[in-house]
Write a protein that binds this ligand. Structure first.
Ligand SMILES: [Zn+2]
Length: 441
């Protein structure tokens, strides 16, 4: 005889009626991740803890939370439980235009590249400008399961193909500010990238919009052709505390001191001023010969990010966990790597509700495995660094929902389930299966 799953079940046992507890009445939690090593930089937590989720929020973090308090308990012993990763430099405005990051084939729809890496939040780094942002929003931001935020390009057409990014005529403060204000929150900053013309106009205008709307700018300081613009001038005259300099280990714009091989004086002064330094690995913005000596000299990145796009995803960059693995390979402790991939970037884009596992926070969670073995990591010059460690992703939750589960850890063994479930089971809203309703003995 079956009663509600939240009541005691009356079952026939050797001809006698016996009462067995099914689930705790109205379980306190929807989900319990039990026995994992939690790394939560905001809360200075780096220890084995259980993490409980209720209604899409973190409900408790503690030791020995009883399994029977949760509708679903997953044993994550031996794994790392971290806030969902936050990658603030990606290109996800995928579309039909050839060789374009704006509505083009250089962009990648985020879900297939982010969720399987524990990344629950991304910020597109300027693929769209004010002219095409609403198309980007409708087709990508609103459609993706990954949380997609964006830096709006100072160029109205965004990162289009050819010379579109060089068109100073299309760098308008007013419409860019209007669009950024309309979608403030989803639009987290203004981007200037790849400018190779003369003068400082793109940076001035990006910062002007940033001031009007109250958001930071992210700067990709162009290619090797910079028309004598110096980093020192950029940081001193134009950028504000809280603005973001990306591609910090490219070395292409004199980030590296040519004599000491450590950070250039401009970077040291920029950091003192409060400018953030972001990795933005990409296809051509991360070299071992730049990163290793700069790291050794103590110049660590504030945020680790991918610069995900079509070519970087198949070159040395690959994905977020691969880039994080490079910092492990260079000797950065795991908790520091996680901090720079969660809470630090969340702060940079002023989404402080993300990037941590505080009670009450949105339950964006990554469950990661630190593999031991023989691995190699490749930079923009195709040079390799060997490592004995590598991060892989077992589980990704956004707002408490399972969005990626590599080994089916949240699922039931098929041959333990009733025959009635073989052609489609009774799945809950978050993809978790209802616990079996009755037991026969
Ligand atoms: Zn980029």
């Amino acid at each position: 005889m079956l009663l509600s799953r939240n009541r005691l079940l009356a079952v026939c046992c050797f001809g006698a009626l016996a009462l067995l507890p099914a689930q705790t009445p109205d379980p306190e939690y929807d989900l319990l991740l039990k026995g994992g090593h939690v790394i939560d930089g905001k809360n200075n937590l780096n220890a084995v803890r259980d993490v409980a989720v209720k209604d899409g929020k973190i409900a408790a973090v503690g030791t020995n939370i009883p399994a029977n308090k949760a509708l679903k308990t997953v044993d994550v012993t031996g794994l790392y439980v971290t806030p969902g990763l936050v990658d603030i430099h990606v290109h996800v405005y995928q579309g039909p235009v050839r060789n374009s990051y704006a509505n083009g084939d250089n962009g990648l729809f985020p879900d297939g590249y982010c969720l399987r890496n524990g990344v629950t939040t991304v910020a597109d780094a300027g693929s769209a400008g004010w002219r095409n942002f609403e198309d980007f929003k409708t087709r990508i931001v609103d459609a993706a399961k990954t949380r997609v935020l964006a830096f709006l390009n100072i160029v109205g057409n965004g990162m289009g193909a050819g010379m579109i990014e060089q068109n100073v005529e299309d760098m308008d403060v007013e419409p860019t500010a209007a669009m950024a204000a309309k979608y403030k929150g989803t639009i987290v900053g203004i981007k200037s990238a790849h400018y190779s013309g003369p003068g400082w106009m793109p940076y001035e205008r990006a910062v002007e919009v940033g001031k009007k709307v109250g958001i930071p700018v992210m700067i990709d300081f162009g290619s090797a052709t910079r028309n004598n613009r110096t980093l020192n001038e950029l940081f001193e005259k134009y950028l504000r505390p809280g603005d973001i300099y990306t591609h910090v280990y490219s070395g292409l714009r004199v980030e590296q001191d040519p004599v000491t091989h450590g950070p250039s004086l401009a970077l040291v002064e920029g950091r003192k001023k409060g400018i953030y330094f972001d990795v933005g690995h990409g296809g051509a913005s991360f070299g071992w010969g730049v990163a290793v000596p700069m790291m050794k000299a103590g110049f660590l990145p504030d945020s680790i990010s991918t610069d995900l796009h079509r070519s970087s995803s198949n070159a040395g960059m690959k994905d977020m966990l691969n880039v994080m693995g490079k910092f492990l390979a260079m000797g950065m402790p795991l908790d520091q790597v996680i901090l720079r991939s969660t809470w630090n970037p969340a702060k940079e884009i002023r989404h402080e509700e993300l990037g941590h596992l505080s009670v009450g926070a949105i339950a964006d969670i990554a469950v990661l495995r630190l593999e031991r073995g023989k691995f190699g990591f490749v930079d923009m010059t195709t040079a390799r660094m060997d490592s004995d460690k590598k991060l892989t992703c077992e589980l990704t939750f956004r707002s408490g929902k399972v969005l990626y589960d590599l080994n089916g850890m949240t699922r039931e063994a098929w041959d333990k389930l009733p025959v009635s479930s073989w052609r489609g089971g009774d799945l809950r809203w978050d993809g978790l299966r209802q616990p079996p309703q009755q037991k026969k003995q």
